[in-house]
Design a protein around this ligand. Structure first.
Ligand code: ZN
Length: 478
């Protein structure tokens, strides 16, 4: 028997302390919070494609027929599983250009016990074509379907591994604005320049177990001439944060439309000199700077409760108005189902067989509420104007739809203390452009002689109104 308890004095002290612990309201609250604590687990696997003689790897993001000649650094799937005791969700990040909803649905069907699975791509422009748009010619797909199958298997494996590793965690949220590290290459200049971090520490030991970084920039720093497979700056960011904090790191891409890029960002070395090396040096340094800023954001971070978990999502139809996308679908370059479009995003699904009538694709908008944090899951590259309520008003002369109503802004709908946006969430439908900023036909806005880049890689001018309306419905009917 424990000697301590046999001593009458110690025994009474023990009883007194015990009764204080169970009756003190603060302690009781803490105990309840501890019981309800969020559990998290993290895992990663490599998904680097291998260039072979008989089957080239077509690289995505720039022109056609950019075939890979080697590997600069590996690509990964990284997964964070969160479990509040009642609901279990997996947040997956892929080092690829985008991933269609069709593949996400296949993955979800294999893991029915999960309440929600999010698959988001970093929008990496230095990896393989996973959508079909960057094959040998505009008329042939660049996708290797056996590669997609491999990625799907590894996504499932990382979800299962992360689930097994879940442990109770305390969480801090950090935020930092870094406008100097993103360039907006399309007028009007509106940047979503807030970097967000979630830092998870094991409750029992206090050891760091994971860092989540969310930032808004195209991973395209290596540029269009690079032919070596790479995860672009995201790889450098993850490696550096992992090295400094000694815990796994997962990166999510947010608002990248409109057009948030690293290409024109000037990067200087430690002595303030412009870099003399090529894109590889810049990519590495840019990535390290993002990691450094993520770590800096932790200095003023604050504790955050991530339970309870609540999920809402809506499957909707979006009209495919882009003529090139329509042609790509007809040729099988864009390999996904299309439905007849009857001007109803929630209308019934009738498979389309040809282009005789307007067609639409099915996608999903998601709303993930993690305690004090609300996350918008948007299936493409949304313009910052639509997130931050900065759509041009009045309309700039020359716009194609000057009278289009301003879409309800994403962040404006959120009531909670903290918010975040994950882009390319469960799909990649291209740019989501404010309808009144659509400018494909002359005369052009801002007195330009040609249209700005953007519309060519958007499913159409009605994508933004439908996505923003759906988001408003989801977030206001909590
Ligand atoms: Zn893009």
């Amino acid at each position: 028997m424990n000697k301590c308890l046999t001593n009458p004095f110690s025994y009474h002290l023990f009883v007194l302390l015990f009764s204080l612990i169970v009756t003190d309201p603060l302690t009781t609250l803490r105990l309840r919070a501890a019981e309800k604590s969020i559990k998290i687990g993290i895992a990663e696997m490599e998904i680097t494609p291998e260039p072979k003689k008989d089957r080239p790897v077509y690289m995505a993001g720039f022109g056609h027929n950019r075939t890979a000649t080697g590997i600069l650094d590996p690509l990964f799937v990284r997964t964070l599983v969160l479990d509040d005791g009642e609901k279990k969700v997996a947040l997956v990040s892929l080092d690829v250009i985008g991933y269609f909803y069709t593949e996400v649905q296949k993955i979800r069907s294999q893991l029915p016990k999960f309440d929600y699975i999010l698959v988001s791509s970093t929008h990496n422009h230095e990896g393989p074509d996973t959508l079909g748009l960057w094959g040998k010619t505009p008329f042939s797909s660049g996708v290797d379907t056996s590669y997609l199958e491999k990625v799907n298997r590894r996504i499932i494996q990382t979800i299962q591994t992360a689930e097994k590793k879940t442990t109770s965690a305390d969480v801090q949220i950090g935020k930092l604005r870094i406008p100097e590290l993103v360039h907006d290459s399309r007028l009007p200049i509106v940047k979503h320049d807030e970097l967000i971090t979630l830092f998870f520490k094991e409750r029992s030991s206090g050891h760091p177990i994971a860092l989540l970084i969310q930032w808004n920039c195209h991973p395209e720093t290596l540029g269009s001439k690079n032919t070596k497979i790479s995860s672009d700056f995201v790889g450098a960011t993850v490696r550096e944060a992992t090295r400094q904090l000694k815990c796994p790191t997962i990166y999510f891409t947010g608002t990248v439309g409109g057009l948030m890029s690293s290409l024109q960002v000037e990067i200087k070395d430690e002595n303030g000199n412009l870099l003399k090396g090529g894109p590889e040096e810049k990519t590495e340094l840019y990535g390290k700077k993002i990691a450094q800023k993520a770590i800096e954001s932790l200095k003023n971070s604050e504790p955050i409760e991530l339970n309870p978990i609540k999920i809402k999502s809506d499957k909707i139809l979006i009209p495919m108005q882009n003529k090139l996308y329509q042609l790509g679908w007809k040729l099988g370059v864009l390999n996904r189902k299309a439905y007849l479009w009857n001007n109803d995003k929630n209308g019934k699904r009738e498979l389309a067989k040809n282009l005789d009538k307007p067609i639409a694709i099915e996608t999903e908008v998601g709303f993930l509420s993690l305690g004090e944090l609300e996350i918008a899951i948007i299936p493409g590259e949304i313009y910052p104007e639509l997130v931050l309520d900065k759509v041009e008003n009045p309309t700039i002369p020359g716009a194609d739809y000057p009278d289009a109503p301003i879409e309800p802004a994403i962040y404006k709908q959120l009531k909670s203390k903290h918010r975040m946006l994950i882009g390319l969430g469960n799909d990649e439908i291209g740019y989501i452009i404010p309808k009144r900023q659509w400018d494909e036909n002359p005369p052009y806005c801002y007195g330009r002689k040609s249209s700005q880049y953007g519309e060519i890689n958007s499913i159409g001018p009605d994508a933004a109104p439908h996505i923003c309306k759906t988001w408003k419905e989801l977030s206001n009917n909590k």
